[in-house]
Design a protein around this ligand. Structure first.
Ligand code: 57M
Length: 359
């Protein structure tokens, strides 16, 4: 919005030229979202408490989690408000990619929000049915699928990190792949969100990396130089990613151990869906498995554990899945697990950036 309001005045006041730059607006987006979280956080936590929007904690998990009963949840609503408000303020509103990403995050957030409200109302850890949730997620991701199907820039080719000359052509199957990436990413972040700061930290890292890649993908000269796919208008998604970084850092302020609020499914499904959406739109799909390696690892731990549990009729690979519970059960303090997962996430993020030059 600021671009449309202030940039046209640059001929009278040359300082307003800065609103042309994506770099400046991305930083503006991050700082605004962060401040929104910080300023509204205490009021929001109080409101959640007054309306008894508290977490229902399962009693079959690590014992330390029983103390978390009643911690205000659905902080994801504030994350979504900060991301949306900040993006609307700093991004160009004539860019369809920005609106598509806002739609994806709000739609996935709404699915999670309904789930959270049902759990709170029933005072149980069971909300929407898994099938119902998946159906809505597939529907939301199909909107992106339809976009890439109809948009001439998306030809079904995949970008493979390190192997820039190999671009497998998925043809029409790319749409199914896109839906899989978005739904998978949304659920993987959701599974990861089980310890204070565990989902928000790696999301900050992933969104930061995608901020850089969005900027480069939208820059015709840099994209060509680095041999990454050029996507017209993708640069504006750097502002959306910046808003995600700022909002998650602001959320971490309150979610750091011991958490004053949880994000709820409204936050985790939205953030995961948004990361998957950006990965598809800027054509850096496979990179998500590297940048979001923590989310992938958590999801795989659940698949392996549940699969083995069924085949072996009750035996387990990990002490408990998702993976983070395994370390808690081994006696690691929650904060130790979280910080170590962050370290791995940062290393993976740096590795992802390195793919720009390595091949
Ligand atoms: C939701 N939700 C947290 C909070 C957060 C198939 C199965 C493995 C699924 C999995 C599952 O349901 N995962 C997704 C995880 C919950 O947090 C809420 O949910 C939101 C995210 N969706 O924002 O609102 C609890 O997580 C803790 N938490 C924090 N800090 C945070 O910042 O401490 C969350 C955020 C909160 C709080 O305790 O109550 C969750 O874990 O429930 N299921 C599981 O994760 C369960 N695993 C399991 O049953 N494993 C089995 C195998 C055979 C499937 C096994 O390994 O034996 C575990 N979850 C819990 N207890 N709580 C185990 C039992």
């Amino acid at each position: 919005m600021l671009y449309h309001l202030l940039y046209p005045l640059h001929s009278s006041l040359s300082a307003l030229n800065v609103f042309r730059y994506i770099t400046v607006r991305s930083i503006g987006g991050a700082v605004t979202a962060f401040l929104l979280m910080l300023l509204l956080g205490p009021w929001f936590i109080k409101k959640l408490g007054q309306h008894q929007v508290g977490q229902v904690v399962r009693d079959d998990g690590p014992e330390t989690h029983l103390a978390k009963q009643g911690v205000p949840t659905m902080g994801g609503v504030l994350i979504l408000i900060s991301i949306t408000g900040s993006t609307l303020l700093w991004a160009r509103l004539d860019n369809p990619l920005v609106w598509l990403m806002l739609f994806v995050s709000i739609f996935f957030g709404a699915i999670g929000g309904v789930d959270d409200l049902q759990k709170i109302k029933k005072k149980s850890s069971a909300g929407l049915s898994a099938r119902g949730k998946l159906l809505f997620q597939v529907f939301g991701a199909s909107v992106v699928g339809l976009f890439v199907l109809l948009h001439p820039a998306y030809d079904g080719q995949l970008s493979v990190p390190f192997l820039k000359n190999i671009q497998p052509d998925l043809s029409w199957f790319y749409v199914v792949f896109a839906i899989f990436v978005i739904v998978g990413s949304s659920n993987a972040v959701n599974l990861t969100d089980g310890l204070d700061g565990l989902a928000a930290g790696p999301t900050v890292v992933s969104a930061s990396v995608y901020l850089v890649f969005s900027y480069l993908a939208g820059h015709v000269i840099l994209a060509d130089y680095l041999q990454i796919p050029y996507v017209q208008g993708a640069g504006e998604l750097a502002i959306f990613c910046g808003a995600m970084v700022g909002a998650c850092l602001g959320f971490l302020w309150f979610n750091a151990f011991p958490a004053q609020m949880f994000m709820g499914d409204v936050g985790s499904l939205a953030l995961g869906g948004a990361l998957g959406g950006v990965a598809i739109i800027i054509k850096q799909e496979i990179l998500l498995a590297i940048v979001g390696g923590i989310f992938v690892m958590e999801a795989i731990s659940v698949i392996l554990q549940v699969g083995y549990f069924k085949i072996s009729k009750g035996k387990r690979i990990f002490l408990m899945a998702p993976f983070h519970h395994h370390f808690e059960k081994k006696g690691w303090h929650e904060s130790k697990v979280v910080v170590r997962f962050w370290i791995v996430s940062i290393i993976l993020g740096l590795f992802a950036i390195a793919t720009l030059k390595l091949r």
